[in-house]
Design a protein around this ligand. Structure first.
Ligand code: UD1
Ligand code: CA
Length: 467
């Protein structure tokens, strides 16, 4: 089926009711933009090269927000209605695949809850040479704002009447147009120029195509969909929040059905592209964002926030870990209260404990940094122990410098490691040292003042204070 379907996504509008400086389709729900959700669904029925997004408001930003290679764009410089928006895609489609070919699926850009199965069903419904096409319809308890579906005597769609143009009798119709259309391409392009702005808003209504095609003897079939939540169009931030909630509960459901345990699923925030392996457990208030991937058999404890992280199998992440772009090896144990950022890497079986921050640092296999440390721009080998309070001084006020720590090194507590610095394998750093020069393999480095002992000093001081 993928072969002959071309998709046009209408995404040029500003979305006045969002009360935003940002174009509506750039707003996010469920961890991605409204537009990307629709592109994701469209990819199930068409190749990327046959998907055209019509952009207008903030065209550059909207275009940049679509990450799927191959998707095409058409510009609608002035927003003169959904019919005019579709028309703006004509040249791009003519160049890409021609206008005579297959089916043309046109989708409103503001309906992120759309399921791919509905698009497949719509394409199937339209795939009958006797028809002009098919459109999705649904029944709403409150149809205000939507185009109403007028049926002919044979139950086909005779016309779609917009709210502003409808008479009282038409306003009482509860079957509405959610903005998902599939037309026969040749018929659509043959008749699109007949759409005229003869309505109170002086806009070119795409919905007029239904009546135009019917008039030319190409009736349009309705495809009624019962689940109206799928068809929610986003116009305000209230609807945006509702869409977010629905997308997130779909995501947790999908993960749970795939073998992930989620405690208090309503409390977690998991973006649409996140992957979690079987038998992993997510505790309450966990956030997994961006392209985070968690392996199998992991436990992610309460309050942890991971963005764009790769977590291997059987990892334990204790409460309140905040990590961005981190790589965590199998069987590692992280947290509580650990901060990992900018490609921090925790080796297999390593342990990073409370109040430890890693930045652009690799901690080797089985190494430990259990408490209170800052490790930046460092490459730390396997089997290393980093004592509590260790600081890599990676920044001299102008530049960042590297610290290299070899295999099996023991760094005593409260060490200050002044980069650039190399500590070779097997060396010991005495607690409390300030290390400024490289340390050779298996050496002991002590960099602190020798202790001075003054017997009786304290007692004399107390006696002086009393006299
Ligand atoms: C539209 C439908 C209405 C339907 C409703 C469902 C029309 C005339 N009416 O109304 O029947 O019930 O959607 O949500 O289409 N757009 C452009 N360029 C424009 C105008 C709109 O790209 O010049 C895009 C918008 O970005 C949006 C879509 O088209 O994604 C629909 O436009 P919108 O203004 O939201 O139409 P509605 O009034 O909601
Ligand atoms: Ca709308």
């Amino acid at each position: 089926m993928k072969k002959n379907v071309t998709v046009v996504i209408l995404a040029a509008g500003l979305g006045t009711r969002m009360k935003s400086r940002k174009a509506k389709v750039l707003h996010q729900a469920g961890g991605d933009t409204l537009l990307n959700h629709i592109v994701r669904a469209a990819l199930r029925v068409a190749e990327p090269e046959r998907i055209v997004a019509v952009v207008g408001h903030q065209a550059k930003e909207v275009q940049a927000s679509v990450k799927v290679p191959g998707v095409r764009f058409a510009v609608q410089a002035e927003q003169r209605g959904s019919g005019h928006a579709a028309l703006c895609a004509r040249e791009v489609i003519r160049d890409a695949v021609g206008l005579g070919d297959g089916l043309l699926l046109i989708l409103n850009g503001d309906g992120p809850l759309l399921r791919p199965e509905t698009l497949t069903a719509l394409v199937d419904a339209a795939n009958n040479a006797q028809l002009g096409g098919a459109i999705v319809t649904t029944h709403l308890a409150d149809p205000t704002g939507y185009g109403r579906i007028l049926r002919d005597s044979q139950g086909r769609v005779a016309a779609v009447v917009e709210q502003k143009a409808a008479n009282p009798e038409q306003l009482s119709i509860h079957e509405v147009n959610p903005g998902l259309y599939c037309f026969h391409s040749d018929l659509f392009w043959q008749h699109i120029d007949e759409v005229a702005p003869n309505n109170p808003a002086k806009e070119y209504y795409l919905t007029d195509m239904v009546e135009i095609l019917a008039r030319h003897g190409h009736p349009v079939l309705p495809l009624p969909i019962a689940d109206e939540t799928e068809l929610l169009g986003i116009n305000t931030r209230v609807e945006l929040a509702l869409a977010d909630q629905i997308l997130r509960s779909r995501k947790t459901r999908e993960l749970m059905l795939a073998g992930v345990t989620i405690e208090n699923p309503g409390s977690v925030t998991i973006d649409v592209d996140v992957e979690v392996g079987m038998d992993s457990v997510l505790e309450a208030n966990v956030q997994l964002r961006g392209r985070t991937r968690v392996g199998a058999g992991c436990r992610i404890c309460a309050g942890t926030v991971l963005r764009d992280c790769e977590v291997a199998d059987d990892v334990t992440i204790l409460p309140y870990v905040v990590a961005d772009e981190a790589l965590i090896g199998a069987h590692a144990s992280i947290g509580p209260f650990t901060r990992l950022r900018l490609h921090a890497e925790a080796g297999e079986g390593s342990h990073i404990g409370n109040f430890v921050e890693l930045k652009k640092t690799k901690l080797g296999k089985g190494s430990k940094a259990s408490h209170l440390a800052y490790l930046g721009d460092s490459n730390i080998g396997a089997g290393v122990n980093i004592g509590a309070g260790t600081i890599t001084c990676n920044y001299d006020g102008q530049k960042k410098h590297q610290t290299e720590i070899g295999e099996g090194v023991f760094v005593g507590s409260n060490s200050t490691l002044i980069a650039p610095l190399k500590i070779a394998g097997g060396a010991y750093i005495a607690a409390g040292s300030t290390i400024t020069t490289d340390v050779e393999a298996d050496a002991l480095a002590v960099g602190r003042a020798r202790q001075v002992a003054k017997p009786g000093w304290a007692k004399r001081r107390r006696q002086l204070a009393q006299s």
